[in-house]
Design a protein around this ligand. Structure first.
Ligand code: SAH
Ligand code: SF4
Length: 355
């Protein structure tokens, strides 16, 4: 649980002995000013002290480690919940753009063969407050570093967001309504949970959808992404079309480039055949090596091959961006730090220190 699991009504119930405007003050403090309880200086001292000691208002996390890469432009936190689950959150700055990548579950049950989170298995669902608090930690850090305010949130950390739909959607709505992040700056990444994509299509708030494809035929995708056996590509594509039609948003396909597995001319042709009708954009990401992936012989494509893949897609009329592998030196991708259990260098995190 996190203080960001508390909405206005919960705060009012918690402070029922107080004048009613106090709950609004606390709500504004947490959600608009991103304040910690001890920073609510507009409250009487005694009330502030009380809040600081209320378990309901505590932070959900202890910061187990902070790693820094890309000369300070990428920060990765390993956060530990009170029940000792470890998740990770990555804050990235690129010129004036700041993006936080948040986790939606502790671990993941989907078992993709190239993913460290998948190898580690499922821990538990995160609550909406635990998802939100990662965003708040990042937004506070942007502020304390003097960076531009946090601009984008991507649900691309640990876990499968659409397998935790209720909590994820509640968090997305609060990000939009209370933290002031526009829907077009919010992205949900899914491995292809078809019922979840359909539910998203029915929502008024239209966020960006990224679909982690990695293979454009069922034979290969069944191997890389076990969920494909339940929701094969045809179903995923139909759900994508539904989402595109209802939201008007461009869908993106994520493609982790794996040497000699999905980086051949035939892969580009098959991928283009799926992307073109949807006018989908492709993000090419060189595969990050993981122990599980390596044991199955999966290696990242070399730079020349990734460039070729991009050029072949272009010839087929599909635009692809090569995503920088941000934070590679600190395993800032996909559950690798939390899953590895490896020793990590620790630096104190101001955003969490004031607890
Ligand atoms: N479960 C969701 C979101 C979290 S994974 C999903 O799969 O979309 C976030 C992204 O990281 C996905 O696109 C996933 O395929 C990718 N990914 C996982 N392991 C990776 C690896 N070893 N190298 C590169 N990308 C990886
Ligand atoms: Fe889960 Fe996404 Fe990793 Fe697959 S790639 S195991 S869905 S986190």
């Amino acid at each position: 649980m996190s203080r960001y699991d508390l909405g206005r009504d919960d705060l009012a119930a918690l402070l029922e002995d107080q004048p009613s405007y106090r709950a609004s003050q606390v709500f504004d403090g947490f959600y608009r000013r991103l304040a910690e309880p001890g920073e609510l200086t507009d409250l009487p001292r005694a009330l502030r002290d009380r809040l600081e000691h209320m378990p309901e208002v505590a932070s959900a996390f202890r910061c187990a480690a902070e790693n820094v890469a890309d000369r300070g432009a990428t920060l990765k936190w390993l956060l530990e919940t009170s029940d000792a689950k470890r998740i990770e959150t990555v804050l990235m700055r690129y010129r004036d753009r700041t993006t936080v990548c948040v986790s939606s579950q502790a671990g993941c049950a989907m078992g993709c063969t190239f993913c460290a989170t998948g190898d580690a298995g499922f821990g538990r669902q995160l609550s909406s407050g635990e998802i939100l608090e990662q965003v708040v930690i990042a937004a506070r850090r942007c502020r304390s570093e003097g960076w531009d305010p946090l601009g984008n949130v991507v649900l691309m950390g640990m876990g499968e967001p659409l397998a935790n739909f209720e909590a994820v959607w509640t968090a997305v709505e609060v990000m939009n309504r209370d933290l002031g992040l526009a829907a077009r700056h919010l992205t949900i990444s899914t491995v292809g949970v078809v019922p979840g994509i359909r539910r998203l299509a029915g929502k008024k708030l239209q966020v960006n959808l990224a679909v982690s494809l990695h293979a454009a035929n069922d034979l290969l995708r069944d191997q890389l992404v076990p969920l494909n056996r339940r929701y094969p590509l045809r179903m995923v594509m139909e759900a994508c079309e539904e989402y595109r039609a209802s939201s008007g948003r461009r869908i993106s396909f994520e493609w982790a480039c794996i040497e000699d597995v999905n980086d051949r001319p035939s892969d580009a042709r098959e991928l283009a055949a799926l992307a073109r009708p949807l006018a989908a954009h492709v993000n090419l990401i060189p595969l990050n090596p993981t122990p599980g992936g390596l044991s199955r012989g999966l290696r990242g494509s070399g730079r020349p091959r990734v460039l070729s893949l991009q050029a072949w897609l272009k010839e087929y009329g599909v635009n692809a961006t090569i995503r920088q592998n941000r934070g590679r030196s600190i395993d800032a991708a996909c559950g690798q730090l939390a899953a590895s259990g490896a020793p990590v260098s620790v630096r104190r995190v101001p955003a969490l220190d004031s607890r």
